[in-house]
Design a protein around this ligand. Structure first.
Ligand code: BES
Ligand code: MN
Ligand code: MN
Length: 455
């Protein structure tokens, strides 16, 4: 039997297996799921081991990761497949059609937390390898799996694992499927990802909440001040006002501009898909440019004062906000965290205390656009989708991709199987069953194509 026939035969079984994977609530951010993280890592390792891929669950200091290896021959290239089994918290639960960890099929979608980000995409590669091992008995390339449990938590411990296991992880190329196609039937290979910088800002005023009748007018309100500070981080043209913020911003090359110009884009359709009523962002750039090639700043959450039922008239003692900034080459999280802190301290009035906690983040990445690996990936994608992939930059971040380059010297192929409207990080996350199957077939084709590349 050929790998592609095996795949046809396995279409419905594979979906049941993916559902099993999705039923394990592997939320990395919340400690109540700690045991499920272990269970999920073990599920992945067992799955790989069952098809004779030597696998282990490795401790990292944080959530465990899964390493698996299959050696075909010394002459074949080695492909390191990276992905993550951890998922985002499922809240808000009341907006889900079903329970987030009880997958259902509806209108051609599989709906569950992790369906597209990233369990469904990782599983497509696991099945790709399986299709070879269960038919021809060997894979055309050497394969190493690195499937971690902390991607959604900025891969805090993976860097060290990679630094300590350089030999074990040595390879010729990395493959990551943790992003999106350009659209339905429009596959994409990404040549860049944005980076990210995190800060938490806390404004502290009186040493306890005060009656806003007795003290209002005398004592500054930390929530009012925090809102004012946040309001001053962007100007009316959508530009970020932090001093020096744009110092190291990379300007797109002509080739990149051409790629952007080639992308079909319907603004009203895009807008409608968000449920928002107007597009908004930095003046002077198209929507696509703004989401992929320009840095941004967003408050992810804001807290302070009374949020319970009814009214409570107080001057809250403190207020805080979690802020992230998306970075483009050649910005770094350290530089941007420092600049954000300096600017906020500069504009904050002295009658409150401002505490800025800098959490760092990850660097943006660009991968070469003229390599034989990329050509091979492009062929594999085309053989399945029957159209050439678009070359795109993505607005999201995958922290470890940069480490693959700096520590292991490896470039990464970013081949997304999902869709932008798969509701990653949102309620009703989903993955088109058709995309899962095409992802799987692409994986099979990819190993074949990569085997022909001489490193
Ligand atoms: N799979 C995403 C990254 C992604 C999103 C790539 C959209 C391409 C398009 C990944 O799981 C993710 O969510 N990353 C976080 C990283 C953060 C926690 C450091 C992100 O981008 O917010
Ligand atoms: Mn992901
Ligand atoms: Mn994610």
């Amino acid at each position: 039997m050929e790998p592609l026939e095996y795949l046809k035969e396995q279409e419905s079984d594979s979906l049941e297996q993916l559902k099993e994977f999705l039923r394990i609530p592997s939320v990395s951010a919340q400690s109540k799921y700690k045991e499920d993280m272990q269970k999920c890592a073990q599920w992945v390792a067992d799955y790989l081991q069952d098809m004779d891929i030597k696998s282990e669950v490795c401790e990292t200091g944080g959530h465990p990761l899964v390493y698996g290896e299959y050696r075909t021959s010394d002459d074949a290239p080695t492909v390191l497949i990276y992905g993550h089994y951890d998922v985002q918290p499922p809240d808000p639960l009341d907006l889900w059609k079903t329970s987030p960890f009880d997958p259902i099929e509806e209108d051609g979608y599989l709906i569950a937390r992790g369906a597209t980000d990233d369990k469904g995409q990782v599983f497509a590669h696991m099945k790709g390898v399986e299709a070879y091992l269960k038919t021809t008995g060997s894979i055309p390339v050497n394969v190493k799996f690195l499937i971690e449990g902390e991607e959604e938590a900025v891969s805090n411990n993976l860097d060290n694992f990679i630094k300590n296991n350089k030999e074990k992880l040595s390879a010729d190329i990395v493959v990551v499927s943790d992003s999106a196609q350009y659209g339905i039937d429009m596959p994409a290979i990404n040549y860049g990802l944005r980076g990210i910088a995190f800060v938490e800002v806390r404004v502290v005023g009186p040493d306890r909440d005060l009656h806003s009748g007795s003290y209002g007018g005398a004592i500054a309100n930390p929530v009012n001040i925090l809102c004012n500070l946040i309001g001053r981080l962007q100007d009316e043209n959508g530009r970020i006002t932090i001093d020096g913020f744009y110092d190291n911003v990379y300007t797109s090359t002509e080739w990149e501009k051409e790629q952007f110009a080639k992308l079909p884009f319907d603004e009203s359709e895009y807008l409608a898909s968000t449920g928002s009523h107007r597009l908004h962002g930095e003046k002077g750039f198209s929507t696509l440019e703004r989401t992929a090639t320009r840095p941004t700043l967003d408050v992810n959450g804001i807290t302070g004062g009374y949020q319970g039922e009814g009214a409570k008239t107080i001057i809250p003692s403190w207020a805080s906000a979690k802020i992230t900034m998306r970075l483009v080459p050649d910005m770094t999280p350290e530089e941007i965290c420092d600049k954000a802190e300096a600017y906020l301290q500069k504009i904050c009035p002295d009658y409150v205390t401002l505490e800025v906690t800098k959490y760092g983040g990850c660097n943006p990445v660009q991968v070469p656009t003229d390599s034989a690996w990329l050509d091979a990936a492009s062929c594999a994608v085309e053989s399945v989708f029957k159209v050439k992939p678009f070359f795109t930059k993505e607005g999201g971040s995958i922290p470890i991709v940069e480490t693959f380059k700096t520590v292991l010297g490896l470039d990464t192929l970013l081949i997304g199987f999902g869709q932008h409207d798969d509701n990653a990080h949102s309620p009703n996350e989903r993955f088109l069953i058709k995309d899962f199957h095409r992802g799987w077939r692409t994986s099979v084709a990819l190993f074949q194509e990569l085997s022909k590349v001489k490193g």
